[in-house]
Design a protein around this ligand. Structure first.
Ligand code: NAI
Length: 261
């Protein structure tokens, strides 16, 4: 077990799953967000920090063995907002991690790095990236930064292209893209515990019948998703009769929208 795992974006949806369910991966969870989160419980530290603040991020990262980097604007936004949280924030995190000698980062990348591939097309980790939004571009930047920091400095990263991680799939698209919270946590657990991961790109998706993404190259992790969206299919298909905007693309509505000014 590692000593200290830093979790950025700990106040968000996935951060809350981590806080509730990720037990036994690290002795101490250092939980951080730009917004206030509830006080530290046993085995926790809470540090409020804006990822765009370089000095604060250096202090935040020091003493961590690994980082689960969830902190970001997690939807399409205007470029200036993404520039601070996603571009600058991720750079600050990697540079602080390098200086602090952090061994491994799990970077919450996104399916929106490949969102302009048509639905139904089967993709593996090496598929061409086709970001569907400025948000998707910000995640491409994070993946490339991770690659640079591995090749130059040996800092390991798992770029986890998360599908749709919510309690339940909410629409037709999520029948393909859903990642259950339980599968998310078990995958993070494996990524922390694996002896070596190098620079790894993989998809965070449950064992859905109509999934578009495969992780064959990551079998060495021994991760097997336990959940599937199938039990939700009937209710979703009955409810969602209309074709949603962007439904021809894997990124869905992110591919359909324009640039936000
Ligand atoms: P969320 O929006 O609920 O949480 C993100 C957290 O980051 C928020 O608590 C927010 O306050 C924090 N944050 C934003 N800007 C910050 C800054 N400048 N400094 C520090 N913290 C900042 O998002 P969610 O769903 O928890 O996602 C977590 C990560 O996973 C995000 O990076 C997101 O892009 C990625 N992801 C999530 C997916 C999902 O299905 N939930 C799908 C694909 C990617």
């Amino acid at each position: 077990m590692i000593k200290r795992l830093l979790v950025t974006g700990a106040g968000g949806g996935l951060g809350r799953y981590v806080r509730e369910r990720l037990k036994g991966s690290a002795e101490i969870l250092r939980l951080s967000d730009i917004v206030e989160i509830s006080p530290a419980g046993p085995g926790e530290e809470v540090v409020r920090c804006d990822l765009a603040d370089r000095e604060a991020v250096a202090d935040l990262v020091r003493g961590s063995d690994a980082v689960l980097h969830l902190g970001a604007i997690s939807v399409e936004a205007n470029f200036d907002a993404l520039l601070q949280a996603n571009f600058l924030g991720t750079y600050n995190l990697y540079e602080a991690a390098r200086q602090a000698g952090v061994r491994r980062i799990i970077f919450a990348s996104s399916n929106h790095v490949i969102g302009f591939h048509p639905v139904g097309e089967q993709l593996h980790a090496q598929a061409e990236r086709r970001p569907d939004s400025l948000y998707g571009v910000s995640k491409c930047f994070g993946e490339d930064l991770a690659r640079l920091y591995f090749d130059k400095f040996g800092l390991e990263t798992a770029c986890l292209r998360i599908g749709s991680c919510f309690d339940e799939p909410k629409d037709r698209r999520m029948l393909s893209t859903w990642l259950s919270p339980r599968d998310f946590i078990s995958l993070v657990d494996k990524l922390i515990a694996a002896p070596a991961i190098g620079h790894l790109v993989l998809y965070g998706v449950s064992a859905n019948r109509d999934a578009w993404w495969s992780n064959g190259h990551a079998d060495f992790l021994g991760w097997k998703p336990q959940d599937t969206s199938e039990p939700y299919r009937e209710a979703i298909e009955r409810r969602d009769q209309e074709t949603a905007a962007g439904s021809e693309y894997q990124g869905g509505r992110f591919a359909a929208g324009g640039i936000l000014g």
